[in-house]
Design a protein around this ligand. Structure first.
Ligand SMILES: Cc1cc2nc3c(=O)[nH]c(=O)nc-3n(C[C@H](O)[C@H](O)[C@H](O)COP(=O)(O)OP(=O)(O)OC[C@H]3O[C@@H](n4cnc5c(N)ncnc54)[C@H](O)[C@@H]3O)c2cc1C
Length: 568
């Protein structure tokens, strides 16, 4: 991405066809869609890219098996088709994941579930595919084209169940249904889409908050912004304004521009996830695990840890900026896991935890509130402001299309959507990476999954300084060099940006990274200091900020985050 200072100068100077408010997956998608149709595009994000819900998902690119229960067939079908597209557009970032629904005590898997999985298979396919499967991660080549698609579901025996879910050994499963969905890194997907949007000319900056709309002849003609770092205020002039602020969508609503009833009132619901080490709960594939209240949760392998979630409870606090996991939610997840795997994992075993909020439309009558978190909603208000909210990580492309189609339609342009054909980043082979002393195969694989072709640059930087070729956390593959890349190329401005969003270590190793004088945050701060010109006092302040964010986010449940021991 271009440097933030350069982006800011352009945003203040130029006039744009479209300004997008919000740098989550939806805003990123709108920027890519509009820019690739030939519009000049500006995008501003108040905090950091994907800092809202788009860094707090279950990381699944999926149809959502459980929405079948509600007969949300259109939604499931749409998401399955998007899954299919994304696994081909970004094969390094969106990967098939085997998921299991195990059966115990000599029983076969529930036939009703089998019927659901059959529907899932049928809805996922838009043409006949060759039979395949086996050790290829559920991918198989279509006969007619050079693309991949996940395999059909099947029943597997006890041995195969245990191979994919070794943590179930004590329960002696009889068999399981095996089906496929896809998994990603939500933030890296957002950053990759933003990178592609930039290639089409979009100008993006984080730490720029929209404080109001600019009115021209009663219409929204741009946005008023506050530079959260420099402190200045400025205007971005644009013919169209798209509000992609997710759960904050109803806050972009200056009363003089449009009537209250035109935009949704959001009542958020909190979803919590926890992570544990693979040694404690070893899963190679994902498991669907029954939980209290008739719900089910996912237990998934993710970036070297096991990810468990999610809950779904009303969130009453007005603070949507730092949403900590609640103790009750953590307990609920642990109860479900411990019962299912016959384990006794406690809160002190967790390597991390995080929570995010889904938007619900409040209608005034709580019984009538509508869950729009999975349904995309488009609103156009009298000012011409286009608001797009709800939806899923999986359906970002459809949501972006919906919003940009509306703009194209009202302008009477001939500009069809192109995002179904735009590759997101570029997959490479591990052999294309340079060798760097001390960097092992696990790291090389991880870097390709995260950056695709960009991994070559990470390795080049790591090769230039042995301190940068080191891991940030000893048992996870992320490199200190990634902090340099984040500051230099991805507009990262603080340690939390690197630990929570450029890498995901803050979710995976929070307990260690929030310990007093932990070496990981210090190594990240030092690497960023060299890049951003921080002195010792600034490094100390940035470290304090990391500990403060970790505490506010409740990353290490049950433990108040420690503090640093003074300046570098
Ligand atoms: C617990 C949970 C699990 C989920 N799991 C999945 C899953 O596995 N798969 C799936 O497909 N979907 C999942 N989802 C849904 C998915 O995460 C969301 O639909 C998606 O991330 C929403 O993206 P967004 O860009 O619309 O919102 P956000 O990511 O919240 O982005 C909105 C952005 O707008 C910014 N902003 C707000 N106000 C302003 C302003 N005034 N000026 C500038 N910027 C502003 C915010 O800082 C934020 O970054 C999950 C959701 C939750 C809550």
């Amino acid at each position: 991405m271009i440097a933030r200072a350069d982006a800011l100068a352009t945003l203040e100077r130029d006039e744009f066809d479209v300004v997008v408010i919000g740098g989550g997956i939806t805003g990123a998608g709108v920027a890519l869609d509009a820019a690739s149709r030939g519009y000049s595009v500006a995008l501003v994000e108040r905090h950091d890219y994907a800092e809202g819900t788009s860094s707090r998902s279950s990381k699944l690119i999926h149809g959502g098996l459980r929405y079948l229960q509600n007969f949300d067939l259109g939604l499931v079908r749409e998401a399955l088709l998007e899954r299919q597209l994304l696994v081909n557009l970004a094969p390094h970032l969106v990967r098939p994941l085997p998921l299991l629904i195990p059966a115990f005590d000599g029983r076969r898997p529930d036939r009703v579930l089998g019927v659901g999985l059959n529907m899932y298979d049928v809805m996922a396919s838009d043409r006949r595919r060759r039979r395949g499967g086996g050790e290829d991660g559920g991918r198989r080549r279509r006969v007619d084209e050079e693309s991949w698609s996940p395999d059909r579901h099947r029943t597997v025996d006890a041995a195969e169940t245990l191979r994919l879910l070794p943590a179930l050994a004590a329960r002696e499963p009889t068999a399981a249904y095996l089906f496929y969905d896809c998994q990603t890194d939500d933030v890296r997907l957002t950053l990759t889409i933003l990178g592609e949007a930039e290639r089409y000319g979009a100008v993006c900056s984080n730490a720029v908050e929209v404080t109001g709309l600019v009115e021209r002849d009663g219409r929204a003609g741009g946005v008023l912004c506050r530079d959260a770092i420099g402190g200045g205020e400025f205007e971005i002039r644009a013919t169209n304004v798209v509000n992609a602020t997710g759960v904050w969508a109803d806050r972009i609503r200056p009363e003089e521009l449009h009537r209250e009833a035109e935009v949704p009132t959001i009542r958020p619901s909190r979803g919590t996830h926890i992570t544990v080490s693979r040694e404690l709960l070893n899963v190679v594939g994902g498991a669907i695990v029954p939980a209290g209240g008739g719900r089910s949760i996912f237990v998934l392998p993710w970036l070297g840890r096991t990810l468990i979630g999610t809950t779904d409870n009303d969130y009453d606090s007005a603070d949507l900026d730092h949403v900590p996991p609640s103790g009750d939610d953590v307990e609920y997840l642990l109860d479900a896991v411990n019962e299912f795997f016959a384990t006794s994992i406690g809160a002190s075993d967790l390597t991390g935890a995080y929570a995010g909020v889904r938007p619900l439309i409040a209608t005034g009558d709580p019984k009538k509130s509508v869950d729009i978190s999975r349904k995309a909603e488009l609103y156009e208000t009298s000012s011409g402001l286009v608001t797009i909210t709800g939806g899923k990580l999986t359906t970002w492309r459809r949501m972006a299309k919906l919003a940009v189609d509306r703009i194209v339609e009202r302008e009477g342009r001939d500009a069809p959507c192109r995002t179904a054909e735009i590759p997101l980043g570029m997959d490479i082979d591990a052999a294309e990476l340079p060798d760097v002393a001390g960097v092992d195969d696990e790291t090389r694989r991880m870097l390709i999954g995260r950056y695709g072709h960009g991994a070559i640059e990470v390795m080049r930087i790591a090769g230039g300084d042995p301190a940068l070729a080191r891991r940030i956390a000893p048992d996870l593959p992320d490199l200190v060099a990634e902090a340099v890349v984040a500051a230099r190329q991805e507009q990262a401005r603080g340690v939390a940006d690197v630990l929570l969003r450029r890498t995901r270590l803050g979710l995976l190793d929070a307990r260690n990274l929030t310990a007093a004088d932990a070496p990981g945050p210090r190594a990240v701060a030092d690497a960023m200091a060299a890049e951003l010109g921080w002195d010792g006092t600034r490094v100390a302040r940035e470290l304090e900020d990391w500990y403060a964010v970790a505490a506010a986010e409740g990353l290490a449940p049950g433990e108040p985050a420690a503090s640093t021991a003074g300046p570098a």
